[in-house]
Design a protein around this ligand. Structure first.
Ligand code: GLY
Length: 349
Protein backbone atom coordinates (compact mmCIF):
# COMPACT_ATOMS: atom_id res chain seq x y z
CA UNK A 1 0.00 0.00 0.00
CA UNK A 2 1.45 3.37 -1.03
CA UNK A 3 1.40 6.05 1.63
CA UNK A 4 1.62 9.52 0.18
CA UNK A 5 3.55 12.25 1.89
CA UNK A 6 1.60 15.19 3.28
CA UNK A 7 4.23 17.55 1.94
CA UNK A 8 3.57 19.41 -1.28
CA UNK A 9 6.46 20.27 -3.55
CA UNK A 10 6.81 23.25 -5.84
CA UNK A 11 9.27 23.57 -8.69
CA UNK A 12 11.92 24.84 -6.31
CA UNK A 13 10.97 24.03 -2.77
CA UNK A 14 8.97 22.09 -0.24
CA UNK A 15 6.29 23.68 1.91
CA UNK A 16 3.61 22.38 4.21
CA UNK A 17 0.03 22.34 2.90
CA UNK A 18 -1.44 22.42 6.41
CA UNK A 19 -2.13 25.47 8.51
CA UNK A 20 -2.20 23.40 11.72
CA UNK A 21 0.68 20.99 11.78
CA UNK A 22 0.65 17.84 13.83
CA UNK A 23 3.60 17.02 16.08
CA UNK A 24 4.74 14.35 13.65
CA UNK A 25 4.55 16.85 10.77
CA UNK A 26 6.79 19.27 12.68
CA UNK A 27 9.18 16.42 13.47
CA UNK A 28 9.25 15.37 9.84
CA UNK A 29 10.02 18.90 8.65
CA UNK A 30 12.85 19.09 11.19
CA UNK A 31 14.28 15.81 9.93
CA UNK A 32 14.14 17.02 6.31
CA UNK A 33 15.74 20.34 7.18
CA UNK A 34 18.38 19.19 9.67
CA UNK A 35 18.93 15.65 8.46
CA UNK A 36 18.98 12.40 10.38
CA UNK A 37 20.90 9.17 10.14
CA UNK A 38 20.73 6.26 9.47
CA UNK A 39 18.97 6.96 6.20
CA UNK A 40 18.16 5.12 2.98
CA UNK A 41 16.72 6.70 -0.17
CA UNK A 42 15.83 5.21 -3.53
CA UNK A 43 13.91 5.85 -6.71
CA UNK A 44 10.12 5.42 -6.84
CA UNK A 45 10.42 1.71 -7.64
CA UNK A 46 12.68 1.24 -4.58
CA UNK A 47 10.19 1.36 -1.71
CA UNK A 48 10.89 -2.31 -0.90
CA UNK A 49 14.62 -1.65 -1.24
CA UNK A 50 14.58 1.18 1.31
CA UNK A 51 12.60 -0.99 3.73
CA UNK A 52 14.98 -3.95 3.42
CA UNK A 53 18.12 -1.81 3.55
CA UNK A 54 17.02 0.02 6.69
CA UNK A 55 16.07 -3.25 8.37
CA UNK A 56 19.64 -4.47 7.75
CA UNK A 57 21.27 -1.18 8.75
CA UNK A 58 19.35 -1.21 12.03
CA UNK A 59 20.89 -4.61 12.73
CA UNK A 60 24.36 -3.17 12.15
CA UNK A 61 24.92 -3.91 8.45
CA UNK A 62 27.35 -1.92 6.34
CA UNK A 63 25.44 0.44 4.04
CA UNK A 64 26.76 -1.32 0.93
CA UNK A 65 25.45 -4.74 2.04
CA UNK A 66 22.13 -3.12 2.85
CA UNK A 67 21.52 -1.18 -0.36
CA UNK A 68 22.55 -4.11 -2.56
CA UNK A 69 20.22 -6.46 -0.68
CA UNK A 70 17.51 -3.83 -1.15
CA UNK A 71 17.85 -3.55 -4.92
CA UNK A 72 18.20 -7.35 -5.28
CA UNK A 73 14.46 -7.56 -4.43
CA UNK A 74 13.64 -5.47 -7.49
CA UNK A 75 16.27 -7.09 -9.73
CA UNK A 76 14.73 -10.50 -9.03
CA UNK A 77 11.13 -9.32 -9.44
CA UNK A 78 9.83 -10.23 -12.93
CA UNK A 79 7.07 -7.62 -12.58
CA UNK A 80 9.51 -4.70 -12.70
CA UNK A 81 10.25 -4.29 -16.41
CA UNK A 82 13.08 -1.77 -15.94
CA UNK A 83 15.54 -3.72 -13.81
CA UNK A 84 17.09 -7.20 -13.79
CA UNK A 85 14.96 -10.29 -14.45
CA UNK A 86 11.92 -9.30 -16.54
CA UNK A 87 13.52 -6.08 -17.78
CA UNK A 88 12.70 -4.96 -21.31
CA UNK A 89 15.26 -6.29 -23.81
CA UNK A 90 17.43 -4.69 -26.49
CA UNK A 91 16.31 -4.48 -30.13
CA UNK A 92 17.30 -8.13 -30.65
CA UNK A 93 15.07 -9.29 -27.79
CA UNK A 94 18.01 -9.91 -25.44
CA UNK A 95 18.04 -8.46 -21.91
CA UNK A 96 21.32 -6.66 -21.18
CA UNK A 97 21.89 -5.30 -17.69
CA UNK A 98 24.06 -2.47 -16.32
CA UNK A 99 24.95 -1.83 -12.68
CA UNK A 100 27.51 -0.22 -10.42
CA UNK A 101 28.12 0.15 -6.72
CA UNK A 102 30.34 2.39 -4.65
CA UNK A 103 31.55 1.89 -1.08
CA UNK A 104 32.14 5.15 0.79
CA UNK A 105 34.62 4.02 3.49
CA UNK A 106 37.07 2.55 0.93
CA UNK A 107 36.11 4.84 -1.97
CA UNK A 108 36.09 1.65 -4.03
CA UNK A 109 33.75 0.88 -6.90
CA UNK A 110 32.71 -1.92 -9.22
CA UNK A 111 30.50 -2.12 -12.29
CA UNK A 112 29.19 -4.33 -15.07
CA UNK A 113 27.76 -3.33 -18.44
CA UNK A 114 25.68 -5.21 -21.03
CA UNK A 115 25.65 -8.28 -18.79
CA UNK A 116 23.36 -11.05 -20.06
CA UNK A 117 21.70 -13.97 -18.25
CA UNK A 118 22.44 -12.98 -14.63
CA UNK A 119 19.51 -11.75 -12.53
CA UNK A 120 21.48 -9.64 -10.06
CA UNK A 121 24.10 -7.50 -11.83
CA UNK A 122 24.57 -5.42 -8.67
CA UNK A 123 26.04 -8.48 -6.93
CA UNK A 124 28.44 -9.00 -9.83
CA UNK A 125 29.39 -5.30 -9.74
CA UNK A 126 30.26 -5.74 -6.09
CA UNK A 127 32.44 -8.75 -6.88
CA UNK A 128 34.25 -6.78 -9.59
CA UNK A 129 35.02 -4.25 -6.86
CA UNK A 130 36.10 -6.79 -4.23
CA UNK A 131 37.55 -9.68 -6.22
CA UNK A 132 39.32 -7.98 -9.10
CA UNK A 133 41.72 -5.13 -9.68
CA UNK A 134 39.25 -3.56 -12.12
CA UNK A 135 36.25 -1.28 -11.88
CA UNK A 136 34.17 -2.09 -14.99
CA UNK A 137 33.65 -5.36 -16.86
CA UNK A 138 31.29 -5.61 -19.83
CA UNK A 139 29.58 -8.15 -22.06
CA UNK A 140 31.03 -11.64 -22.37
CA UNK A 141 33.90 -10.87 -19.99
CA UNK A 142 31.46 -9.77 -17.29
CA UNK A 143 29.41 -12.96 -17.79
CA UNK A 144 32.53 -15.17 -17.60
CA UNK A 145 33.56 -13.36 -14.41
CA UNK A 146 30.09 -13.89 -12.90
CA UNK A 147 30.12 -17.59 -13.78
CA UNK A 148 33.62 -17.97 -12.33
CA UNK A 149 32.08 -16.76 -9.07
CA UNK A 150 29.29 -19.31 -9.20
CA UNK A 151 26.43 -17.31 -10.73
CA UNK A 152 24.01 -19.45 -12.72
CA UNK A 153 22.75 -18.33 -16.12
CA UNK A 154 19.01 -17.70 -16.51
CA UNK A 155 16.93 -16.52 -19.47
CA UNK A 156 16.01 -13.01 -18.27
CA UNK A 157 13.34 -12.44 -20.95
CA UNK A 158 9.94 -13.06 -19.38
CA UNK A 159 6.88 -13.73 -21.55
CA UNK A 160 5.51 -10.30 -20.63
CA UNK A 161 8.70 -8.55 -21.73
CA UNK A 162 8.90 -10.67 -24.91
CA UNK A 163 5.33 -9.68 -25.83
CA UNK A 164 6.16 -5.98 -25.31
CA UNK A 165 9.29 -6.31 -27.43
CA UNK A 166 7.36 -8.08 -30.22
CA UNK A 167 4.74 -5.33 -30.18
CA UNK A 168 7.49 -2.74 -30.49
CA UNK A 169 9.08 -4.64 -33.37
CA UNK A 170 5.75 -5.02 -35.17
CA UNK A 171 4.63 -1.40 -34.83
CA UNK A 172 7.80 0.63 -35.28
CA UNK A 173 7.77 0.74 -39.09
CA UNK A 174 4.57 0.24 -41.14
CA UNK A 175 6.65 -0.71 -44.21
CA UNK A 176 8.78 -3.49 -42.73
CA UNK A 177 8.03 -7.23 -42.82
CA UNK A 178 6.78 -7.59 -39.25
CA UNK A 179 2.97 -7.47 -39.28
CA UNK A 180 1.11 -6.49 -36.10
CA UNK A 181 -1.89 -8.69 -35.25
CA UNK A 182 -4.11 -5.72 -36.08
CA UNK A 183 -3.39 -2.25 -37.37
CA UNK A 184 -4.42 -0.15 -34.41
CA UNK A 185 -1.63 2.37 -34.23
CA UNK A 186 -2.97 4.78 -36.92
CA UNK A 187 0.55 5.53 -38.00
CA UNK A 188 1.72 6.30 -34.49
CA UNK A 189 4.66 4.08 -33.78
CA UNK A 190 5.12 2.98 -30.14
CA UNK A 191 1.41 3.35 -29.24
CA UNK A 192 0.72 0.98 -26.39
CA UNK A 193 4.35 -0.08 -26.25
CA UNK A 194 6.23 0.07 -23.00
CA UNK A 195 9.29 2.23 -23.66
CA UNK A 196 11.57 3.08 -20.77
CA UNK A 197 14.88 4.20 -19.32
CA UNK A 198 13.71 2.97 -15.89
CA UNK A 199 16.32 2.12 -13.32
CA UNK A 200 16.67 1.74 -9.56
CA UNK A 201 19.22 3.59 -7.48
CA UNK A 202 19.57 3.18 -3.70
CA UNK A 203 21.78 5.21 -1.34
CA UNK A 204 22.32 4.58 2.36
CA UNK A 205 24.02 5.88 5.50
CA UNK A 206 24.63 3.20 8.11
CA UNK A 207 24.92 3.34 11.92
CA UNK A 208 28.62 4.25 11.64
CA UNK A 209 27.77 7.19 9.38
CA UNK A 210 29.31 5.50 6.34
CA UNK A 211 27.71 6.07 2.94
CA UNK A 212 27.34 3.64 0.03
CA UNK A 213 25.21 3.35 -3.08
CA UNK A 214 24.14 1.14 -5.95
CA UNK A 215 22.41 1.67 -9.30
CA UNK A 216 21.04 -1.13 -11.48
CA UNK A 217 18.96 -1.31 -14.67
CA UNK A 218 18.00 -3.12 -17.85
CA UNK A 219 18.63 0.25 -19.47
CA UNK A 220 16.92 1.84 -22.42
CA UNK A 221 14.33 -0.55 -23.82
CA UNK A 222 14.95 -1.79 -27.41
CA UNK A 223 18.43 -0.23 -27.40
CA UNK A 224 21.06 -1.20 -29.95
CA UNK A 225 22.82 -4.35 -28.69
CA UNK A 226 25.86 -3.39 -26.66
CA UNK A 227 24.52 0.04 -25.67
CA UNK A 228 25.65 0.90 -22.16
CA UNK A 229 23.94 3.76 -20.38
CA UNK A 230 24.88 5.86 -17.38
CA UNK A 231 23.99 3.30 -14.72
CA UNK A 232 27.33 1.45 -14.59
CA UNK A 233 29.44 4.60 -14.98
CA UNK A 234 30.90 5.99 -11.78
CA UNK A 235 30.18 9.73 -11.64
CA UNK A 236 27.13 9.37 -13.92
CA UNK A 237 24.71 6.69 -12.63
CA UNK A 238 26.18 6.91 -9.14
CA UNK A 239 28.77 8.73 -7.10
CA UNK A 240 29.67 8.46 -3.41
CA UNK A 241 32.10 10.48 -1.32
CA UNK A 242 32.05 9.27 2.26
CA UNK A 243 32.92 12.73 3.62
CA UNK A 244 30.22 14.52 1.62
CA UNK A 245 27.31 12.39 0.40
CA UNK A 246 26.02 10.39 -2.53
CA UNK A 247 23.96 10.82 -5.68
CA UNK A 248 22.28 8.34 -8.03
CA UNK A 249 20.21 8.80 -11.14
CA UNK A 250 17.45 7.37 -13.29
CA UNK A 251 16.21 8.49 -16.70
CA UNK A 252 17.91 9.23 -20.01
CA UNK A 253 21.42 7.92 -19.51
CA UNK A 254 22.96 9.53 -22.57
CA UNK A 255 22.43 13.05 -21.19
CA UNK A 256 23.79 11.99 -17.83
CA UNK A 257 26.88 10.47 -19.47
CA UNK A 258 27.62 13.76 -21.23
CA UNK A 259 27.57 15.65 -17.92
CA UNK A 260 28.71 13.21 -15.19
CA UNK A 261 26.00 14.84 -13.15
CA UNK A 262 26.07 12.57 -10.07
CA UNK A 263 29.69 13.61 -9.55
CA UNK A 264 28.70 17.24 -10.11
CA UNK A 265 25.88 17.00 -7.54
CA UNK A 266 28.19 15.54 -4.89
CA UNK A 267 30.68 18.35 -5.59
CA UNK A 268 27.91 20.94 -5.24
CA UNK A 269 27.02 19.40 -1.86
CA UNK A 270 30.71 19.55 -0.89
CA UNK A 271 30.49 23.29 -1.51
CA UNK A 272 27.55 23.57 0.86
CA UNK A 273 24.48 23.13 -1.32
CA UNK A 274 21.60 21.08 0.08
CA UNK A 275 20.90 17.74 -1.65
CA UNK A 276 17.67 18.94 -3.24
CA UNK A 277 19.16 22.21 -4.49
CA UNK A 278 22.19 20.33 -5.82
CA UNK A 279 19.89 17.90 -7.66
CA UNK A 280 18.01 20.80 -9.25
CA UNK A 281 21.29 22.46 -10.23
CA UNK A 282 22.30 19.17 -11.88
CA UNK A 283 19.02 19.12 -13.81
CA UNK A 284 19.63 22.67 -15.03
CA UNK A 285 23.17 21.77 -16.13
CA UNK A 286 21.90 18.82 -18.17
CA UNK A 287 19.24 20.98 -19.84
CA UNK A 288 21.71 23.75 -20.63
CA UNK A 289 23.90 21.23 -22.48
CA UNK A 290 21.06 19.56 -24.41
CA UNK A 291 21.48 21.34 -27.73
CA UNK A 292 20.79 18.81 -30.51
CA UNK A 293 17.35 18.92 -32.16
CA UNK A 294 16.37 15.41 -31.01
CA UNK A 295 16.62 16.61 -27.41
CA UNK A 296 14.41 19.69 -27.69
CA UNK A 297 10.65 19.77 -28.19
CA UNK A 298 8.86 22.31 -30.36
CA UNK A 299 7.97 24.32 -27.25
CA UNK A 300 11.68 24.54 -26.35
CA UNK A 301 11.47 22.13 -23.42
CA UNK A 302 13.60 18.97 -23.14
CA UNK A 303 12.35 15.93 -25.07
CA UNK A 304 13.52 13.60 -22.31
CA UNK A 305 13.40 13.17 -18.56
CA UNK A 306 16.13 12.54 -16.04
CA UNK A 307 16.05 12.39 -12.26
CA UNK A 308 18.63 12.70 -9.48
CA UNK A 309 18.47 11.50 -5.86
CA UNK A 310 20.98 12.69 -3.28
CA UNK A 311 21.79 12.57 0.42
CA UNK A 312 24.52 14.24 2.42
CA UNK A 313 26.62 13.19 5.41
CA UNK A 314 24.18 14.92 7.82
CA UNK A 315 21.29 12.82 6.52
CA UNK A 316 19.54 15.53 4.51
CA UNK A 317 18.10 14.28 1.24
CA UNK A 318 16.39 15.41 -1.95
CA UNK A 319 15.50 14.57 -5.50
CA UNK A 320 14.80 16.56 -8.66
CA UNK A 321 13.67 15.80 -12.18
CA UNK A 322 12.98 17.70 -15.38
CA UNK A 323 9.33 16.61 -15.47
CA UNK A 324 7.02 15.90 -12.57
CA UNK A 325 5.21 15.52 -10.28
CA UNK A 326 7.17 12.51 -9.11
CA UNK A 327 8.01 10.78 -5.85
CA UNK A 328 10.94 8.86 -4.45
CA UNK A 329 11.39 6.35 -1.63
CA UNK A 330 12.79 7.36 1.76
CA UNK A 331 13.37 5.44 4.97
CA UNK A 332 14.53 7.71 7.79
CA UNK A 333 14.60 4.94 10.37
CA UNK A 334 11.10 5.78 11.57
CA UNK A 335 9.02 5.52 8.44
CA UNK A 336 9.36 4.00 4.98
CA UNK A 337 7.45 6.21 2.57
CA UNK A 338 7.32 8.23 -0.62
CA UNK A 339 8.45 11.84 -0.70
CA UNK A 340 7.77 14.34 -3.47
CA UNK A 341 10.60 15.23 -5.85
CA UNK A 342 11.23 18.75 -7.02
CA UNK A 343 10.76 19.26 -10.74
CA UNK A 344 11.06 21.98 -13.36
CA UNK A 345 8.03 21.31 -15.58
CA UNK A 346 4.68 19.60 -15.28
CA UNK A 347 4.37 16.48 -17.44
CA UNK A 348 3.10 17.23 -20.94
CA UNK A 349 1.63 14.91 -23.56
N1 GLY B 1 19.49 5.50 -16.80
C1 GLY B 1 19.34 4.25 -17.41
C2 GLY B 1 19.81 4.19 -18.79
O1 GLY B 1 19.80 5.17 -19.51
O2 GLY B 1 20.21 3.11 -19.20
Amino acid sequence: MIRRSFLKTSAFGIGSTFVFKSHSAILENEIIQNGSTPLVISSYNGIRATEKAMEMINKGADALDAVIAGVNIVEEDPEDMTVGFGGLPNEDGVVELDSCCMHGPTHNAGAVGALQNIKTPSKVARLVMERSDHVLLVGKGALRFAKAHGFKETNLLTERAREQWLKWKETRDPDDNWFPPEIDNKGKAYKGVNYTYGTITCLGIDLKGNISGVTTTSGLSYKIAGRIGDSPIIGAGLYVDNEVGACGSTGRGEENLKNLTSFLIVELMRNGMSPKDACMEGIKRVISHAKTKELIKENGRPAFNIRYYALNKQGQFGSASIYGPAEFSVNDGNENKFHPSDYLYEWED
